[in-house]
Design a protein around this ligand. Sequence first.
Ligand SMILES: Nc1ncnc2c1ncn2[C@@H]1O[C@H](COP(=O)(O)OP(=O)(O)O)[C@@H](O)[C@H]1O
Ligand SMILES: [Mg+2]
Length: 138
Amino acid sequence: MATSFGSELIRISEDMDVVRARAEARRLAGTLGFGLGDQTRLATAVSELSRNVLLYAGHGQCEINDISTATDIGIRIVFEDNGPGIADIAKALQDGYSTSGGLGAGLPGTRRLMDSFAIESQPGLTRVDIALQRRRGR
Ligand SMILES: Nc1ncnc2c1ncn2[C@@H]1O[C@H](COP(=O)(O)OP(=O)(O)O)[C@@H](O)[C@H]1O
Ligand SMILES: [Mg+2]
């Protein structure tokens, strides 16, 4: 039986927080009734986006929300930081684009894994909002 959890806030300021956020996203998705594949999708997305918060902004937060309805199970995760912002969002969403010598796969990969994906960014506030939804009982 699925359990709802409302909302959970995780602060991100060190490596261990990324690990914790990843594990927590997987766990909460499991409690809502998401299958293993979706749990892994969410864990991967949370790992990438928390890592970005840490790497590019130094610290920030990740809020995991239960957005389940009568017909769907749903999870929405919002990442926020007060770092320098993403200078060019269109470029940042391209495969292989990285300003840190990374793989440049975090944002575009996460976008493909999720049902919805939105970025707002300006100097001092970056928000990445992702969600996954599935029909109940399928
Ligand atoms: N929270 C953030 N704040 C500022 N810039 C960011 C943030 N997240 C991503 N970026 C920018 O977007 C680029 C692409 O991110 P990503 O796809 O995760 O690749 P990578 O982290 O490997 O560079 C980063 O190189 C960085 O310039
Ligand atoms: Mg990244």
